[in-house]
Structures are given as structure tokens and as C-alpha cells.
Design a protein around this ligand. Structure first.
Ligand SMILES: [Zn+2]
Length: 151
């Protein structure tokens, strides 16, 4: 935190206290340069993000839902849980950057697929088959062929 008195960028926290509802953390800080003390309040950004479904309905974005879809696609694949976390992190990063605080199901699926493509081809195809709702098996095979040719 930048010191409001001298602008110095380093301080140490003297005291840290949560509000009763656990929504806000109040911190008493001391500037390491001029030793003035000041207080900061930190709160979680508690505004919900939405997913717009194909039928136009909106639902709350749920990180766990994306993760469980990924886990299914990753069934029996050797990918570390941390890697999957990074895929979902990327979805959240893009979502947070949206002005309207919402993304379509397709857009989310696309982000996940882009990440999976580099991570695990089999998982990618599995995931793509669910999220793109391939019209028929030919379309699915085309996707698979494209992937195999990329090797
Ligand atoms: Zn200072």
C-alpha cells in the first residue's frame, strides 16, 4: 500500500481485524519510511458474474461447474489438478474483464477448449463434443481428424 503521507510503497501491518460479517478486513499499517500509521479496508468484490445459456437464460457463474465438466473430460487422463485450475483461472480472468460481467456458455466453452488443446488432445475432443453439441458423428470425426493432422 502506498503511504498517504509520503508516498512510500512499503509498510508493515500492525493490526488486522475482520468485520463481524467477515466481509471487510481492516488493517492498521505503518509506513516503513515516515512511520505514519494509516488504515486500509479491504473487501471481497462480491458482485456476481453470469453465464448466458443457449436459451438466453442467465445463471450465476460457478467455478465448480466448469471444473466438474473438466474433470469429466479429463477422466483417466494424466493431467495435474493444478493444470485444470489454471484452465478455470483463465475462464475467470476473461469473465472478470467483461464489462457486462457475463459470458455465453459458448464463449466459456471456447476458452476452455483453447486451453485444453495445448494441454491434452483427448480431453479436448471429449470436452468439445459436449460443449459444441456436434450435430452428428461426421462433424465429430472431422474435428478429430483435424487434430490428428496437426501433430
Ligand atoms: Zn510514509
Amino acid at each position: 500500500m502506498q503511504c498517504p503521507y509520503c508516498g512510500y510503497l512499503n509498510d508493515h501491518v500492525v493490526d488486522s481485524r475482520e468485520s463481524k460479517d467477515h466481509q471487510v478486513v481492516r488493517r492498521r499499517r505503518e509506513c516503513l519510511s515516515c512511520h505514519h500509521r494509516f488504515t486500509t479496508y479491504e473487501s471481497l468484490e462480491n458482485i456476481p458474474y453470469f453465464v448466458v445459456k443457449r436459451n438466453g437464460e442467465r445463471e450465476l457463474f460457478d467455478r465448480n461447474k466448469v471444473m466438474s465438466g473438466l474433470m469429466k473430460a479429463m477422466h483417466k487422463r494424466r493431467v495435474a489438478a493444478g493444470e485444470l485450475d489454471r484452465v478455470v483461472d483463465e475462464v475467470e480472468r476473461v469473465l472478470h474483464a467483461q464489462e457486462g460481467r457475463e459470458l455465453s456458455t459458448e464463449a466459456i466453452g471456447q476458452i476452455v477448449m483453447d486451453q485444453l488443446k495445448d494441454l491434452d488432445k483427448v480431453a479436448y475432443v471429449r470436452f468439445a463434443s459436449v460443449y459444441r453439441h456436434f450435430e452428428d458423428i461426421d462433424e465429430f470425426m472431422d474435428e478429430l481428424k483435424t487434430l490428428l493432422h496437426q501433430r
